[in-house]
Design a protein around this ligand. Sequence first.
Ligand code: ARG
Length: 580
Amino acid sequence: MKNLSTILQVAFTEAIKNAPFYNVILERFLPAEITQSSSLSFGHYQCNSILKIAQFLKISPKEIATSVLCCLDKNLERMTQSIEITSPGFINVSFSASFLAEQVKESLKDARLGVEIPIQREKVIVEFSSPNIAKELHVGHLRSTIIGDSIARLLEFLEYPVLRLNHIGDWGTQFGMLIAYLKEKEATQSYNLPSLMQSYQRAKQEFDLHEEFKKRAQQEVIALQNQDPNSLAIWEKICEASQKAYQEIYDLLDIKLAERGESFYKDQLPYIVQDLENKGLIQVSNGAKCLFFEEFKGKDGLPLPIIVQKSDGGYNYSTTDIAAMRHRIQEEKASRIIVVTDSGQTLHFQMIYRAAVAAGYLDPKKVRFDHVIFGVVLSPEGKKFKTREGSTEKLIDLIFKAIAEAKVILQQRISGLSLEELDAMSKDLGIDAIKYADLSCHRQKDYTFSYEKMLRFDGNTAPYLLYSFVRIQGIKRRVKKETCSLLRTTTIILDHPTEVALALHLRQFGEALFAMARDLLPNRLADYLYHLAEKFHAFFRDCRVEGNKLEDSRLLLCELTGRILEKGLSILGLKTLHKM
Ligand code: ARG
């Protein structure tokens, strides 16, 4: 099915083309710009192109609007209740209740719930989570994981080929220290992440205190880079232990990710540096091979380097990122690359993008690169998120705490749950609350983590949305009518204004998804779902369902609301509950 805005866009574009004033110069104003009206007093949608064309042609907007209306496809008359010219030169359109009713029915028959899919769907890489080996995931990685997953889920629903990549920090000089330490002190032990983190801290102390150890650590870096079997074996054990800990979190959060860490690109690094050199992009500065671009200057006004090879021959974080960019475009054939990290890496990725363009790896006309950034996580007191002991809170503890809090709430609300049921529901509710609290904020803003707020049953929270879904399931359980047969026998009638408003909003699901895909802002979808729940509650307040003569019609409205809520929540990575 076509989104309502698409139906209007096609119709208005055609009308403008067919209008007597049209000539090819006006092509720049096409396709027609259609937006949802900000308030129902301006109709459901508005066409904004008239004013621009009028200004350009120096003809009165009213005249332009009138001739566009004359050329508008007559089929629109059947669908709409009003099409009006308003000053200074907008055209406002409202769909008719009967058309919206038909559309609700069509959407229920459509496996995609009435959401059209984009015509061109190129391969997309979404890189997210990307923690560093031998360190626990922290709350910043949580944001990357949750935001990245929702973007991937959205693009998958819109039927793009999506490759989800975890760019784990598993290669680099820090491993020299750790391997040297493990070889000397704890060669026989089996590793797990907490013990590795301790070893890492001790190794760092040794490194800072003892010159001898420092030398051995540096030799280990070289040994590892030369793929010495002993060093490689320890490195592999370190990676395995870390990955096991990460996997536990991904399983808990229901996140699928292909692992492709920094080490994946290690053999390509010499080639990349050579290639950059051949292309005349390298300048040597203090023995290091660097790229310089005019637009990147430090505070002191001096040009900032991208160091791709240090004076000791080692490669950098940037070298790997340039290699990754090339690989993703040339080998993976991605047309869109999305990387999700905290906003601290903005400059880094601007420089990488610039380098990839200069090297000819990335043609901006063919490949779109999006660095999806997010702000820091704050404690309820508005400080940077720390535990009482002052260390950054471990992610897994945070998740378990939310689950525990959810359990208390569920125990208070529902009696007679079996233990297994309670555990399963607490897990879903706790994790939903964490995910939704994050996704419903504008990602670029800092976000305040509060168990109390995220688990509230009112306001823009996961429990509020889940509760709306549960209410719908309750109605369905009581009435016991099959949607399939209702669809065969029922004509939907939208009687009350809140019913029309709900039906219109249900048909705008696809537009919310397009907005999220365009801006890569999950809060666009969260806002849509929050308004959907609000509109549903208004309908439920004003329109009796059970026992009313419009019971069947209203049940179908409830059904579509339930399905869209469930699908929308699942795109954000949330699971629905059936009781609350
Ligand atoms: N490992 C990095 C960190 O924890 C994030 C990696 C981001 N991705 C990239 N391609 N550099 O900060």
